[in-house]
Design a protein around this ligand. Structure first.
Ligand code: SAM
Ligand code: DTB
Ligand code: SF4
Length: 353
C-alpha cells in the first residue's frame, strides 16, 4: 500500500480501502506517513479510526505501583532504577487489602481496567503467586486486569493466563537502534521474547514505547515499525511522552515538539487500526488542546487517576471535564460528574459488599 497523497484537497484515504492488518511495514513507508502534511495525516487517521471504533469513546485504565523502586535495571528514563538517585521511597509488594481498596476506588471513579506495575527485572515464582492473588482480587471487584512485572518465562505467562489475567504490558520502549542508548541490562530480544510468551499463552498484549527521549524521527519510525510488524498487533499500544524525572540521566533532555507527538499517535493509528492507542505517561505536560488533537488522531485510551506509577497524572476531575468538553464517552458510557459516579459506586457497594 502506498502512502502517497498528491491532492491538496481532501485526499482519498489509501488506508480505508482494504481492511487487512499489515505486518510488513518498511521504514520508508512509515517515514512517508510521518512526512504527510499534518492535515492529511490527521484526516486519514481519523477516517481509519472511525472504521474500527466509536470516535467519541475512550477506554480508561488506572495504574497502581504494587512494588516500588530498587529495580536492578538501568532504564535511563526510569525513577525506579536503583542506578539513579531520584529520592523515590522504596516499597515492598503491597498487601492484598490495599490493592483491593485501590481497585474499588478506581472502579468508582470510572476506570474499567486496573493495571498493576512492579519494579522488577522479572518476577520470582514466589512473587508471581502473590501477584496472582492480587489479580484474582481485582477480578472479583469486576475490573479487567493488567500486569507489568518485567520479563516473563513462557511457564510464568501460562500461569498468569490460567489465573485469569487479561492483559500483560511490556514495552519495546524505542527503536532497536536507539535502545542501546537507553538500557544496557536487558536486550531488545529479551523484550520480544517476553511478548512472544505472553501472546502464546493467549493473553492480550499491551506494548508500546516512550517518545521525547532525545530520539530521532527515524527512531519513532523504528518503534512503530517493530510494534506493527509483530506477529499480531498489540491489543493496546501505550505511547508515553517521557516524564523527565530529576536524578535520572534523562532529566534535561530537550522537549519533543507536541505536533510530532500527535503525528506519532496518528501514524500508530494508521499502522495498527484495530488496536487501542493509549495516551500514557506525560499527559500532565500536555495542554487540553494537545490531548484533543491526540484523540482526533486516533488515541482512544488513557491512564486515569492522580498517579501513574510514581509520577503525577492529571486529576480525574480534570479528565472528566475535558471529556465533557469534547463530548467523549468514557468507557462508552454517558458522561457523569465525579460526585454522581461516587454516589453510584457507593450505592452499588451497599448491595454487593
Ligand atoms: N519493570 C517493568 C518493566 O519495565 O517492564 C514494569 C514497570 S515499567 C515502569 C513500565 C513502563 O513504564 C516502562 O517500560 C516505560 O515504558 C514506562 N516508563 C517508565 N518511566 C517512564 C518515564 N519517566 N516516562 C515515561 N514512561 C516511563
Ligand atoms: C506504560 O506504557 N506506561 C505506564 C504503564 N505502561 C505501566 C507507566 C508509566 C510510568 C511513568 C513513570 C512513573 O510514574 O513512574
Ligand atoms: Fe525497572 Fe521497569 Fe523502571 Fe526499567 S522501567 S528500571 S525495568 S521499573
Amino acid at each position: 500500500m502506498s502512502a502517497q497523497l498528491d491532492s491538496p484537497l481532501s485526499p482519498p484515504c489509501p488506508f480505508t480501502a482494504n481492511d487487512e492488518l499489515r505486518h510488513d511495514w518498511t521504514a520508508e513507508e512509515v517515514t512517508a506517513l510521518f512526512e504527510l502534511p499534518f492535515n492529511d495525516l490527521l484526516f486519514n487517521a481519523q477516517q481509519v479510526h472511525r472504521q474500527h471504533f466509536d470516535a467519541n469513546e475512550v477506554q480508561i485504565s488506572t495504574l497502581l505501583s504494587i512494588k516500588t523502586g530498587a529495580c536492578p535495571e538501568d532504564c535511563k528514563y526510569c525513577p525506579q532504577s536503583v542506578h539513579y538517585n531520584t529520592g523515590l521511597e522504596r516499597e515492598k509488594l503491597l498487601p492484598l487489602d490495599t490493592v483491593r481498596e485501590a481497585a474499588r476506588k478506581a472502579k468508582a471513579s470510572g476506570a474499567s481496567r486496573f493495571c498493576m506495575g512492579a519494579a522488577w527485572k522479572r518476577p520470582s515464582d514466589r512473587d508471581l503467586e502473590k501477584v496472582i492473588d492480587l489479580v484474582k482480587t481485582v477480578r472479583d471487584e469486576g475490573m479487567e486486569t493488567c500486569l507489568t512485572l518485567g520479563m516473563l518465562s513462557d511457564a510464568q505467562a501460562q500461569r498468569l493466563k490460567d489465573a485469569g489475567l487479561d492483559y500483560y504490558n511490556h514495552n519495546l520502549d524505542t527503536s532497536p537502534d536507539y535502545y542501546k542508548e537507553i538500557i544496557s541490562t536487558r536486550t531488545y530480544q529479551d523484550r520480544l521474547d517476553t511478548l512472544d510468551h505472553v501472546r502464546q499463552a493467549g493473553m492480550k498484549v499491551c506494548s508500546g514505547g516512550i517518545v521525547g527521549m532525545g530520539e530521532s524521527r527515524a527512531d519513532r519510525v523504528g518503534l512503530l515499525q517493530q510494534l506493527a510488524n509483530l506477529p499480531e498487533h498489540p491489543n493496546s499500544v501505550p505511547i508515553n511522552l517521557l516524564v523527565k524525572v530529576k536524578g535520572t540521566p534523562m532529566q534535561d533532555v530537550a522537549a519533543l515538539d507536541p505536533l510530532e507527538f500527535v503525528r506519532t499517535i496518528a501514524v500508530a493509528r494508521l499502522m495498527m487500526p484495530k488496536s487501542r492507542v493509549r495516551l500514557s505517561a506525560g499527559r500532565n505536560d500536555m495542554s487540553d488542546e494537545m490531548q484533543a488533537l491526540c484523540f482526533h488522531a486516533g488515541a482512544n485510551s488513557i491512564f486515569y487517576g492522580e498517579k501513574l506509577l510514581t509520577t503525577d497524572n492529571p486529576i480525574a476531575n480534570h479528565d472528566m471535564e475535558l471529556f465533557q468538553r469534547l463530548g467523549i464517552k468514557p468507557n462508552g458510557k454517558p458522561w457523569v460528574s465525579d460526585a454522581e459516579a461516587q454516589a453510584a459506586a457507593a450505592a452499588d457497594g451497599d448491595t454487593t459488599h
